[in-house]
Design a protein around this ligand. Structure first.
Ligand SMILES: Nc1ncnc2c1ncn2[C@@H]1O[C@H](COP(=O)(O)OP(=O)(O)OP(=O)(O)O)[C@@H](O)[C@H]1O
Length: 228
């Protein structure tokens, strides 16, 4: 089943005269890693929101793993999102009072599917992922997330997206707070973990230097034929 298939998607923010998204066709294949580029305000985050079912889209315009996102009700969309997608936001949205490990385990609290995909004991799976992403110190893993540096928070957010091997990982400029070297290391780790879990990746970034890590780059302006 194609992880993401977009057909004739038009999306207009309420009160706007013109659609911000007008995409004839876009597909993300199984295991594919794609960078989505575009100027600020061109609609990259809006497109991720459409795929994630955070905004209302017309029926038949966004299919995720064969499911028509526009046909799902609000609560079904929330369940579907956590079952099938891991999302890394620009701001990491960690729960500050929970530990790094408990933040990583959040999707498993809400999704039986994600829980069942973990073969090891969940705490161990979370520690393993955090270790792969470079967080191994027990105080860091078990202390409150509020005590983590930005780089550490970003790794926790990535591990939370990856836990339980969702088919799709959506990342919205997750490297914007990092220096050049840390960006490359982070993207390599993210790709390695996506490969291990068989997840497809749609990665929004302005940063051309990261382009070589991906299977292909998609320019939103080129995709977005009819908008503006
Ligand atoms: N919740 C919202 N309500 C109304 N308009 C919005 C909302 N979110 C975004 N927009 C508008 O949609 C347009 C695209 O925003 P979006 O965040 O998708 O762009 P982007 O390409 O991700 O930008 P950036 O690279 O700066 O993050 C902007 O004009 C923005 O003002």
């Amino acid at each position: 089943m194609t992880p993401i298939a977009i057909n004739s998607l038009q999306y207009r923010w309420p009160g706007e005269a013109k659609p911000i998204l007008d995409i004839d066709k876009f597909e993300l294949s199984t295991g594919e890693k794609v960078m989505l580029r575009g100027p600020s305000g061109s609609g990259k985050s809006t497109l991720l929101s459409a795929i994630a079912g955070v905004i209302d889209v017309p029926s038949a315009s966004v299919l995720v793993s064969g499911t028509d996102v526009g046909e799902l009700s609000g609560s079904d969309r929330d369940r579907f999102r956590v079952d099938h997608m891991g999302i890394i936001f620009q701001v990491f949205n960690l729960l500050p009072w929970l530990s790094a490990i408990d933040n990583v385990l959040l999707p498993c609290r809400f999704s039986a599917r994600r829980r069942e995909n973990i073969l090891a004991e969940p705490q161990k799976a979370a520690s393993r992922l955090l270790g792969e992403l470079g967080l191994t110190d027990s105080k860091t893993l078990n202390g409150p997330a509020s005590a983590l540096s930005i780089g550490q928070q970003q790794r926790v957010a990535a591990a939370r997206a990856l836990i339980g091997s969702p088919e799709i990982v959506l990342a919205d400029e997750p490297t914007s707070a990092l220096d050049e070297e840390a960006k490359d290391v982070f993207v390599e780790l993210l790709l390695k973990e996506c490969n291990q879990s068989g997840s497809s990746l749609l990665f929004v970034s302005h940063d051309r230097t990261l382009e070589t890590h991906f299977d292909r780059t998609v320019e939103l302006d080129a995709l977005n034929g009819g908008a503006k």
